[in-house]
Design a protein around this ligand. Structure first.
Ligand code: ZN
Ligand code: ZN
Length: 361
């Protein structure tokens, strides 16, 4: 197996392939294959992937049949070291250089449309998505990034742990969009990576009680390390009454971080009049709720996905300031070769939180 190498005199990778975990068809494990290395175009960088988180949405899209094309290299939560720089690829503090340790947002946006100008780069109408078909993702030795969507990692964050910026930014975006007010109590249902990220940011951004509900004792414990002030086991305690016992009133702000049907409906039943329900779990099945419940209580509903450029930068800053410790969330680190088996194992309930693939360490 040839080692992929960047040939500086040629300005590109030459005559080599890289190893990547490729999606073939649903029902089959990912396959480790030799595929062409990415070549950086203008304004692009290539990074050696040191860490890439396995995301629940990757598990879901591979169950949905034709949701992604054959041969897709998934992985949208990655960080590493720059090994090739396209022309005019410039970061916030000058041109990107080989050896720079970075994380990159999972897509390359146009940079000129109104949404890009506002920082809503993942909403760019011309976005090329990373890890879902347009551009190969981080389940590979090398991956492409856009220069303006790439962020320098602080010294206290390893290139592998830089993979945690993405899932944490998801939580920041959700809490930001929820309009959380200072001193407000929140309920978070689901303590997977999304729920934990919402929990830690809710606390940082001024929530009073952060009550997290999850069936798993391990995850409830994790939530208490990530900003939660109380954790509820819904198998033992009725969620609505237990929340009310803790905070003194029914939920006025609730986050759905489970990604399965019926959770929004259940939250609407226990919510207080005028409450906001924010859905961050990205349920990929048809869900239902009863407009009568939303109507009589005048509930509002918000859906979110991804993050803004500003969310990503603030996440990097808070990790640099050690306001968030990403390490407890990482429950396993695996090689690229181990990914296909580990990926299938995550389809079943487990105590894993974030499993980080390390294609090149
Ligand atoms: Zn993800
Ligand atoms: Zn744009």
């Amino acid at each position: 197996m040839p080692e992929a190498a960047y040939v500086a005199s040629l300005g590109r990778f030459e005559g080599v392939v890289m190893r990547a975990a490729c999606f073939t068809e649903s029902g089959k494990p990912l396959e480790i294959q030799d595929v062409p290395d990415p070549d950086p175009g203008p304004g692009e960088i290539v990074l050696a992937v040191k860490g890439c988180g396995i995301c629940g949405s990757d598990l879901h899209v591979t169950e949905l049949g034709a949701a992604i094309p054959h041969g897709t290299v998934m992985g949208h939560e990655f960080a590493g070291e720059i090994v090739a720089v396209g022309t005019d690829a410039t970061g916030p503090d000058g041109p990107w250089r080989e050896g720079d340790r970075v994380c990159t947002m999972p897509g390359i946006s146009c940079g000129t449309c109104q949404r890009c100008v506002n920082g809503d780069v993942m909403g760019c109408a011309n976005l090329r998505m990373t890890g879902f078909g347009d551009i190969g993702g981080g389940y590979a030795e090398y991956a492409l990034g856009g220069d303006r969507m790439t962020f320098r990692l602080p010294d206290n964050l390893s290139s592998s742990d830089g993979a945690m910026v993405e899932p944490l930014a998801v939580g920041l975006h959700a809490v930001d969009r929820s309009g959380l007010r200072n001193g407000e109590d929140v309920l978070i249902v689901g303590a997977g990576p999304v729920g934990l990220a919402c929990s830690v940011w809710a606390k940082i951004l001024g929530a009073r009680e952060v009550v997290v509900s999850d069936f798993s004792a391990h995850r409830r414990e994790m939530a208490l390390a990530y900003g939660a002030t109380a954790a509820i086991d819904p198998a033992n305690d009725e969620l609505g009454s237990e929340y009310q016992r803790i905070t003194g009133r029914p939920p006025m702000l609730a986050f759905e971080c489970v990604g399965r049907p019926d959770v929004v409906h259940a939250l609407s039943l226990i919510a207080d009049r005028g409450a906001r329900i924010l859905s961050a779990g990205m349920c990929m099945a048809r869900d239902h709720f009863m407009p009568l419940v939303f109507g009589t209580k005048e509930l509002s509903m918000q859906f979110v996905s991804y993050y803004t450029h500003q969310n990503y930068q603030l996440t990097v800053d808070m990790l640099a300031a050690e306001r968030i410790d990403p390490l407890p969330m990482i429950t396993d680190r695996i090689t690229l070769d181990a990914l296909p088996v580990a990926f299938e194992a995550l389809r079943k309930p487990s105590t894993e939180c974030k499993v980080v693939v390390q294609p090149l360490v």
